[in-house]
Design a protein. Structure first.
Length: 249
């Protein structure tokens, strides 16, 4: 290998290394194969060793950037994609929180909400936490950016902070009186609908879309009461909640 050819190949390799993206650096492997043939046929041992070192370093950098790309991609999945405000629903007078939508058609949603429950006839106010899972079978996209979800359903777990609520049955109750139930964690099921509108691209600043929804829900304790007491009807155990969802991206 003459000096002119070596300098030309070295300049080309450095240019590729500086400008290639994480995905493009995969092509360096093929460049390495072609270059190594010239390395072993060269008479300049010192120059060939330097050239081989540069190729190996570029290949290692490609693996590094690919690893960083995967690392960032996994952490980006933890960024919430939506914010929620919900009124009532057995999770407090009102609740606010954030969540994620995912799936092939964005049909799954997982939300974490924090609620406020006034004291009413008790001694103090209370806070709640709710973990909510929603499934939307299909969506209908209308004109002018409008959308309609004819069915949303799911389950959520709610807990109320306070000494009045317990996870294990207290001794003051008969044995197995509240078997498999507690007042600390409530299991709720719900069905509902929602309607929303997409914000035009040229007007988007903070949100991608805004949706309004309603949900009809009940919890395990209410269902137990209805089956044990014939005077308790379905209308006595269901509750209505309203909410807004702001889709960030």
């Amino acid at each position: 290998m003459n000096m002119k050819s070596f300098i030309s190949d070295l300049f080309l390799l450095l240019l590729v290394s500086m400008t290639a993206t994480a995905a493009d650096r995969v092509e360096i492997d093929s460049l390495k194969t072609d270059s190594e043939e010239s390395v072993f046929t060269s008479e300049n041992v010192h120059s060939d060793s330097l050239y081989t070192l540069i190729i190996r370093d570029s290949t290692d950098s490609g693996r590094y950037y690919r690893r960083i790309h995967r690392y960032r991609k996994h952490w980006e999945a933890l960024i919430p994609t939506q914010h929620i405000f919900q009124y009532a629903g057995n999770m407090g007078l009102f609740s606010v929180g954030f969540g994620w939508d995912y799936g092939k058609h964005r049909q799954w949603e997982t939300d974490l909400l924090f609620g406020f429950l006034p004291k009413y006839h008790t001694t103090h106010n209370k806070l709640t936490t709710t973990l909510k899972q929603t499934y939307i079978p299909w969506s209908i996209y209308l004109q002018h950016g409008l959308m309609f979800d004819p069915l949303s359903c799911g389950i959520y777990f709610n807990t109320v902070y306070g000494h009045e609520f317990w996870g294990r049955q207290p001794r003051r109750y008969p044995d197995k009186y509240y078997e498999a139930l507690s007042t600390k964690v409530r299991i709720n099921v719900f069905v509902g609908q929602r309607v929303g509108i997409y914000v035009p691209h040229n007007r988007r600043k903070y949100v991608k879309s805004i949706s309004a929804f309603y949900e009809v829900s009940t919890c395990d304790l209410y269902l137990r009461a209805m089956f044990q007491d014939k005077e308790v009807t379905l209308w006595d155990i269901i509750s209505l909640s309203l909410g807004l969802k702001f889709q960030v991206f």
